[in-house]
Design a protein around this ligand. Sequence first.
Ligand code: ADP
Ligand code: TRP
Length: 342
Amino acid sequence: MSKPVILTGLRANNDLHLGNYLGALLPIVELQKAYAGEYQVNLFVPDLHSFTTPIDHSKLYDQTMHNLKIFVATGLNLDDKDSYIYRQSYIPAHSELTVILNCFTYMGELSRMTQFKEKGQGKQGISAGLFDYPVLMAADILLYGAKYVPVGADQTQHVELARDIAIRVNNKFGELFTPPEPENAQIEFANKQQRLRIRDLVNPEKKMSKSDETGKGVIFLGDSPEIASKKIVGSTTDSIGSVNYDYEKQPGISNLLDIFAALSGESIESVISKYKGQSQYGQLKKDVAEVVSKFLSNFQSKLNSVDESALLSKLEYSEKTMNHTANHTLLNVQNAVGLRKE
Ligand code: ADP
Ligand code: TRP
């Protein structure tokens, strides 16, 4: 019997940042530890997703390999025989299944995806790739029958769409896919209260994002501790003059409290009670800057000592094995839709 699958992917369109780390990367590494032996873990770089918005293509390959190293520095255990790391484009079944699933996905559904609306807003020359991106993501999930998909809040809608597509195709052709679990079960499994959404430090109404052109409000995992501290100390707050955890009225302050809690390992309740009502924001900023600096120097020294040859052999083995699994699912689908009789 194959084990149930936990799966996530992080695009390689820029260096990863604190939001990616806390929203998706750390959760899957923690799940790998918590459920060792019970689940299969797939952590991959969706390299084909990386240029749905424009990038510098000369950097993509190196960034992809760098992200794989980041997975290991985060604590992913390469010795776990039930875990796999791979690059999406090295498994052609992802692209093939996308073309098939496109015909079972509605234009209306894709038009409603908030990320498409946000990323396309006010931009000229929006690519069909950006529009179709959630279908490729559905293929990523459904090829391996992933039940749990730890992602940040911005990706919830895409995971739900993958579930809808799976159920729709199953209704038409029989049990081809394992739909990912619904949202509430995903959150419960990850032992979280909600999906995380770390905010941009300059504009805390927005999420922290790799695609941000200036990078001023983003803490990249490659930022020096000094630069990161400056970004925290200079972060946008408000003029209310009292620390409260309230994203409606004080998104900047609430974000700092969340970052502090996530990196220090303290519960958000205890962090709130420590700072609540303080009339100056300086102490909170200083403390967050310190915890972020410590985290970065520790993380970067782990990154420098990643065993690259172990990583490459795990990658080679994973891509071979996952090609096998993905081709098996793809063939079932091809048979069902009438492309094959095998
Ligand atoms: P970005 O939008 O920064 O380019 P990706 O789209 O590649 O990031 O996201 C990779 C993973 O990181 C996804 O699971 C996504 O939900 C998560 N993520 C991205 N930004 C944040 C954030 N600000 N807070 C929490 N999780 C995030
Ligand atoms: N779309 C995700 C993002 O932009 C990345 C991604 C691609 C992904 N395929 C996936 C995440 C499959 C989880 C599962 O963040």
